[in-house]
Design a protein around this ligand. Sequence first.
Ligand code: UDP
Ligand code: MG
Length: 322
Amino acid sequence: MAQALPVLYFVIPCYDEEKVLPCTAPLFIEQLQRLQTAGRISSASRVLFVDDGSKDSTWACIERMAAEQEGVEGVRLSRNRGHQNALLAGLMQAKERADVTISLDCDGQDDVRASEAMLAEYEAGCDVVYGVRASRQADGWFKRTSARAFYGFLRLMGADSVYNHADYRLLSRRALEGLAQFGEVNLFLRGMVPLVGYRSSSVYYERTERLAGESHYPFHKMLALALDGITSLSVKPLKWITGLGMGVFCISLVMILWSMVRHFIGATVSGWSSLMCVVLFLGGVQLLCVGVLGEYIGKIYAEVKHRPRYIVSETTFSKEEP
Ligand code: UDP
Ligand code: MG
């Protein structure tokens, strides 16, 4: 007996994307239809847009598409929760309905045609397929350099993630079920997915420029994401500051010994500069260490409160469905 075709859900977070959605939504829908016509996915497959509490007409646009077009659904969050939470919300909604999901950005930067190769990997038995950027030619110098620094910094801090892979990925239902067991509030999906395990592979694609609208990831948000990544995946910074403390302690023992010797041979001088250096250096090191500790405590605070990561306010799914 022929195996039933898999139900595929494209999961697409959108935040204030009224400018870009009308250009990119047809691309996703076309790709869905193309895969259906090719007999690769079931007719129950859908494009699922997640409205991350947009302030513009994004939700109205999604609702309209869902009403007018076969194969489009929408989920709306009660407020803006950020890309990672919105993506998780969409994946968890899709988990109940799909055999396999592919997540991608709604701005057209992730080439939706690469989903064919991803699906081929899934058919070959992979549960996780990472979409990896083949090059960064479309990016400006600043974005390229800061992205390289981002991955380098993450690796240095012990938060290893797939290089040049953002959130364009395929996840099978069992990988989603694995992901659902991670209850953390401090979400960094690209670091968590490798922890789920299962067979994985990569598909390379060219990332193009945003078709319209503006990026929601300015430098400070990239920095916040990098910090979230580090604190969610690694305690290396805590070990580093222990090492730093030990190093500074050893140096200070030598300095104490040296100043005692100087004292007893009566060769002490006024020494304002050296004193200033020591005080400033130790002050700086201490503040840095307290800052690192504070970062982790802040994350623990958020985790213990265990607030919901997102709240779904409405969906376009009809009532009878799961
Ligand atoms: N996004 C979101 N919530 C946010 C910010 C962004 O759902 O608070 C979505 C956005 O609509 C897009 C994706 O996340 O589909 C990636 O955002 P963006 O294109 O602005 O980031 P960049 O590609 O510049 O890193
Ligand atoms: Mg983008």
